[in-house]
Design a binder for this molecule. Structure first.
Ligand SMILES: [Zn+2]
Length: 420
């Protein structure tokens, strides 16, 4: 077995790390120092350069589109069948881990290299893709490169997005040499597969090497402002208060309890989190007059997500009456749930059986480029375990044996898809 994939992942682990250091094992990770590779940074340029060089070395034709997405193509024996595309992203969150995104790009590249080595004849063309700005860590919104490819965001809109320093994406790409000239589309793409780290604890805990993703959660945010009356904590009798934080506490509990109940009753993948709470004026001797709250709810079943949203809004109405406060809400439907193509899911599943790798069906609780691509072409995802369920932190890790198994399943999947 070749260690080419492992060598590439060790090599890329130094980019965007200060000081640069190649990581080969979990115990070499520094819990404080991860990678910083938002688009336009030095680390981002280095990992792009390294990846393009590896693509060319593998004999792929490399093209960069107008928003910096990178495509490495191997033609197939047929000239009129749609492409099988696979890949992910190379940008990172600030102080993130070494595998998020990178693993999906390099397992795809390795799959094509193995297909070359074996002399396997692919009928459909194969394309390795690197999406710009998946994390939204420099240019919002997240999933920017794949949004352009899927036609949800225009090229100009994306290029004019600005980072915190006021630089546009267009300028940032120009600086690092990745402002390409062609306008990409999914018109000739038939299938898309993305390998990704799970970013959760399920596979690691159960000792299973590959997750076959059969649902990607939808995300809804409910932003609420609760208005009570600020007043003196000593002088105001208990019965004369309109405490915004006490009302907020009811809602925090309700979200947690309701999501738990849905999991118990429906066996659903529902999650509900109040992760943002600002209390005003925020003094120990003052009854809180205002609370701003951010609620994040997720589910793979559209109906469940809708029901939970409605239940929360109803509970807010009850809270409003109970405490005599005013509650203003703004609901943002961040992304609807995405169901991967059943055809692709089944092929990933049977490919895992074919190469003898343990697998389980599961849902993705995080957003990925695949959800954009899935709106246009038949798409699927496979997960490999995240040690201790950690991701978006320096201690993000996946064991080398699991990475190898993921690569084997992806290689088989691409072979199978290339002949459909
Ligand atoms: Zn990612």
């Amino acid at each position: 077995m070749t260690n080419r994939l492992k060598e590439d992942l060790i090599e890329t682990s130094q980019f965007g790390r200060t000081p640069p250091k190649k990581i080969e094992s979990y115990d070499q990770l520094d819990p404080e120092k991860g990678v910083v590779r938002p688009d336009g940074t030095e680390g981002n340029k280095k990992i792009r350069d390294y990846t393009v060089a590896r693509m060319k070395e593998a004999g792929l034709q490399v093209k960069i589109d107008k928003v910096g997405n990178i495509f490495g193509r191997k033609e197939g024996s047929s000239t009129d069948k749609g492409t099988v595309m696979s890949g992910s992203h190379l940008d990172s969150v600030i102080n993130g881990g070494m595998f998020d995104g990178v693993l999906g790009v390099y397992t795809a590249l390795e799959a094509v290299r193995r297909i070359n080595d074996e002399g396997f004849e692919n009928e459909r063309p194969l394309e390795v893709v690197v999406f710009t700005g998946e994390e939204g860590s420099a240019f919002t919104p997240a999933l920017l490169g794949s949004s352009v490819l899927a036609g949800q965001v225009s090229v100009d809109e994306a290029l004019n997005r600005k980072n915190a320093a006021g630089q546009t994406l267009g300028e940032a790409l120009e600086n690092i040499g990745y402002k390409g000239s062609f306008e990409s589309s999914l018109d000739d793409v038939e299938y898309f597969v993305e390998t990704h780290i799970e970013q959760g604890p399920v596979l690691d805990k159960e000792g299973i090497s590959v997750g076959v993703v059969d649902g990607i959660v939808g995300i809804t945010w409910i932003m609420a402002t609760i208005l009570g009356e600020k007043n003196h904590a000593g002088g105001t009798p208990m019965k004369a208060r309109k405490n915004a934080l006490v009302a907020a506490a009811d809602i925090v509990s309700f979200v947690n309890q309701q999501a738990n109940e849905m999991v118990d009753k429906l066996g659903s993948a529902t999650v509900g989190t109040v992760g943002k709470l600002n209390v005003f004026p925020g003094g120990i001797t003052i009854i809180p007059g205002k609370v701003e709250m951010g609620i994040d709810i997720r589910d793979v079943v559209p109906k469940n997500l809708e029901n939970l949203e409605n239940e929360i809004l109803k509970a807010m109405e009850d809270t409003r009456k109970k405490y005599g406060v005013d509650i203003r809400t703004e609901v943002q439907h961040i992304h609807v749930p995405v169901t991967p193509s059943a055809e692709v899911v089944n092929i990933i599943d049977s490919s895992a059986s074919q190469v003898g790798v343990t697998k389980k069906r599961m849902v993705s609780g995080a957003g990925h480029d695949a959800e954009n691509i899935a709106e246009k072409v038949k798409a699927g995802m496979l997960f490999v375990p995240s040690v201790n369920g950690k991701s978006h932190v320096p201690l993000e890790w996946t064991n080398w044996e699991d990475i190898e198994k993921g690569a084997q399943v992806l290689t088989q999947t691409l072979k199978n898809l290339s002949w459909r």
